[in-house]
Design a protein. Structure first.
Length: 128
């Protein structure tokens, strides 16, 4: 019984030390307040992924496969699937998110064509 009590006391001391370490780390982190009303006017990533992109002539030029935030400058990049049929033979390319014009829940890439996007360097996801 004393053996278990000693182990329990040692565990409590370790946990108290870990809790203290977590507290000191948490106080060093700064969190900025964002008003929910300003966020609600934005676009949800889950709703953007899968959006078909067209050009000004309403021709389909691709589909948003994913959104990636670059780690160095936090610029949002849209990964666009171009070409192919039913997900077969498509090519992924990266375009700056801010090049997409949004009109009534549809994305427009001014001046884009499938042929032009197919000439962009192919994007492949990092393997981690």
């Amino acid at each position: 019984m004393l053996k278990h009590a000693g182990a329990a006391a040692a565990l409590l001391i370790l946990l108290a030390g870990a809790a203290g370490a977590q507290t000191s780390t948490a106080t060093a982190t700064r969190v900025t307040l964002i008003e929910p009303a300003t966020v609600m006017k934005g676009y949800r990533a889950s709703k953007i992924v899968g959006t078909t992109l067209t050009n000004e002539a309403n021709e389909t030029v691709g589909k948003i496969d994913d959104l990636v935030i670059r780690s160095d400058d936090r610029v949002v990049v849209a990964i666009v699937s171009v070409g192919g049929f039913l997900g077969m033979g498509d090519r992924l390319v990266a375009i700056p998110y801010d090049s997409i014009a949004w009109r009534e829940n549809s994305g427009v890439l001014p001046g884009a064509t499938k042929e032009r996007l197919k000439t962009f360097p192919e994007f492949t996801y990092a393997t981690k």
